[in-house]
Design a protein around this ligand. Structure first.
Ligand code: MN
Length: 247
């Protein structure tokens, strides 16, 4: 089995190393990841300059681009074989609810999914260094399950792992995305030259963290697995909009 790994925290990140280590016994692993932190890169492609691939001493390929660039380049040119599964992560921090819109971790998996490869984004719900070994073991169990029972091509899974020892995890829960309150305002500061500068604020707290959501599962010690799709059409608004516009 050929397994492609990527992330949005950069090729040097602890979560990616933990993931690569956990995947090694399961197949032929290739890592193609950004050469810098790209959290929040969403599904962006680099179109205004060429991309370069370099190889780190540990064998990881790194690219001066986004997570989406990495997977796109790996699948459409860099690799000799099409991967059987793509795993993105392990992200340093949650990707639940609206986070999925901004996340580069989810985007790397989304790119795989759009290219017709079953793809899994894995995030550790932690503010600090946390239990990456737990998330790595979860990723390994999911890929083993893919080996036993292949996923349909059109599968994109968003996985969030509670930050605790593996033995304390209660199991897997299939969930829907929750929702966050709007993000914290930008933080205004002044740079050493006296110019005003702004930092994008933190994501908001959970607004919909009810039964069945990713937030609820993780808060209760479950691994959250949400199947995602990419069609943004708001189907319930088709008819009302038709009436509104008289179209
Ligand atoms: Mn990240």
């Amino acid at each position: 089995m050929h397994i492609l790994l990527s992330n949005d925290d950069g090729y040097f990140s602890t979560g990616l190393s933990a993931l690569a280590e956990a995947m090694a016994p399961l197949g032929n692993v290739t890592v193609v990841a950004p050469d810098a932190e790209k959290s929040g890169a969403s599904n962006s492609l680099t179109l205004d300059r060429p991309l370069m691939v370099r190889r780190a001493p540990n064998g990881f390929y790194h690219v001066n681009g986004t997570p989406t660039d990495c997977v796109h380049m790996a699948v459409t040119g860099l690799l000799d074989l099409t991967p059987d599964v793509i795993v993105s992560g392990i992200n340093h921090g949650a990707n639940m609810g609206d986070d999925t819109i901004y996340s580069g971790t989810v985007a790397a998996a989304t790119e795989g999914y759009l290219l017709g490869i079953p793809s899994i984004a894995v995030s550790l719900v932690s503010d600090g260094q946390g239990h990456f070994e737990t998330a790595a073991r979860v990723a390994s169990e999911l890929v083993r399950q893919v080996q036993r029972k292949p996923l349909p091509q059109a599968t994109l899974l968003n996985v969030n792992v509670p930050d605790m020892p593996f033995e304390q995890i209660r199991g897997f829960k299939i969930t829907r995305l929750g929702r966050r309150h709007k993000a914290e305002p930008v933080i205004k500061s002044v740079n050493p030259r006296g110019d005003p500068v702004y930092w994008v604020g933190a994501a908001g707290p959970a607004a919909d963290a009810g039964e069945g959501t990713d937030f609820d599962a993780v808060a209760n010690g479950w691994v959250s697995v949400t199947p995602l799709q990419v069609d943004l059409t708001h189907f319930q608004q088709l008819e009302p909009l038709q009436r509104w516009l008289g179209a």
